[in-house]
Design a protein around this ligand. Structure first.
Ligand SMILES: Cc1ncc(COP(=O)(O)O)c(C=O)c1O
Length: 367
């Protein structure tokens, strides 16, 4: 008799469950300040809470297919209608669903690194091969490399995924480079998880009207501040969205997140408040820490800021350990471009951001 282990498909066998250590730590020790996961420091608005309570009372019922909220998303983005929008249990599930529709074992996904880790997790679990094209580190800035991405295409490339703005760098790719990649015809996912911070004027959603291969993803986890609710969506051509939606798990998005999302999308004042707060705090931290000698501060249009303190002689992981000893959780980044000085800070409350600036200065100036 064969052992159960031998029945696992080879690309799943041996892969551990994804556990986010810093999020586990933050829940276990609520006294720590969460400045590591690009969450929103502001709790949900009253209107969102009202919707949550209203639909919690109907939790005995199955959700419908979400035509109302999908229609609202289409309207906000100038698309035809609900058929241009697919919902997911967070945008992480949206990638999973899209990847399953295009990727077979042995085929390739191009990602632009450093980037969000979920693309690799979902690609690998399907037996896909991740092809990582690095951004270019030059003049204290990480540049997108559209030419590098196009050069990495092979006859096995089934997906190209790019975040705009990118996590962790916080910057945007030039509009003309999106067109160059869209022109390849390869399924091209543009991850706009943080676009609301710079405004929808920066979105590439318009491309979906001319290029059926372009799919734009978003989430309510960031500027809308609903990470725990799990609500994301994809936008694209209606035939493409229809085909991808066929692979969805039935009832993948619950009644509560669906209606809470609608309330959040309608509550434009609450969004404007969160965006203004965030952008003011990004400016504060950027200015305060730009004065520190040899610290590279990456200009961000999102709710996090990337730093490279390699030239100060300190290590990013030591910075993260030091700030944790002071009660703040930052995010370490792997060694790259010959530097081990990388770390990322997520915007917190006003008080947390001031504490963060003090602790970073303290660490970098202490002998
Ligand atoms: C680039 C990027 N995309 C998407 C997400 C959001 O994922 P979700 O919608 O599953 O919360 C994140 C969260 O950190 C991210 O950094």
């Amino acid at each position: 008799m064969k052992k159960i282990e031998e029945y696992f498909v080879p690309w799943v066998k041996g892969i551990p469950m994804y556990i986010s250590g810093h999020i586990e730590l933050a829940w276990k020790k609520p006294e720590l300040h969460r400045m590591m996961s690009n969450e929103n420091p502001n709790p949900p608005s009253e209107k969102v809470l009202e919707a949550i309570i209203k639909y919690a009372k109907m939790s005995n019922r199955y959700p419908d297919q979400g035509l109302v909220v999908r229609g609202k998303i289409a309207q906000i983005n100038g698309l035809g209608g609900a058929e241009n929008v697919m919902l997911g249990n967070g945008s992480s599930e949206v990638y999973d669903n899209i990847f399953r529709c295009f990727l077979a074992p042995g085929e390739e996904v191009i990602q632009h690194t450093p980037c969000f880790g979920i693309y690799k997790l979902r690609g690998t679990i399907l037996g896909g091969k991740m092809v990582s094209v690095p951004m270019i580190y030059k003049d204290k800035y990480l540049h997108y490399d559209a030419t590098g991405i196009i050069k990495a295409i092979t006859d096995k490339t089934k997906i190209i995924v790019i975040a705009n703005p990118n996590n962790p760098t916080g910057n945007y790719m030039d509009a003309k480079d999106f067109v160059r990649i869209a022109e390849t015809g390869i399924p091209f996912i543009v991850d706009e998880a943080y676009v609301e911070y710079a405004g929808l004027g920066m979105s590439q959603v318009g491309l979906t009207k001319n290029y059926k291969n372009v799919i734009v993803t978003r989430t309510l986890s960031k500027a809308y501040g609903l990470a725990g609710l799990r609500f994301g969506y994809a936008m694209g051509d209606k035939d493409v969205i229809g085909q991808i939606s066929a692979a969805l798990l039935p009832w993948n998005v619950g009644t509560i997140p669906m209606w809470a999302a609608l309330a959040a999308l309608e509550d434009t004042e609450a969004l404007a408040f969160r965006v203004k707060f965030n952008n003011g705090e990004v400016d504060f931290i950027t200015e305060a820490l730009s004065e520190v000698a040899d610290l590279v501060v990456f200009p961000s249009k999102a709710n996090y800021i990337l730093f490279d303190c390699g030239k100060t002689g300190k290590k990013g992981k030591d910075m993260v350990a030091y700030t944790e000893s002071k009660g703040l959780i930052f995010r370490p980044e792997s060694e790259k471009y010959g530097s081990d000085g990388w770390f990322r800070i997520t915007i917190g409350s006003k008080e947390e951001n001031r504490m963060a600036v003090d602790v970073v200065r303290e660490f970098l100036t202490k002998k």
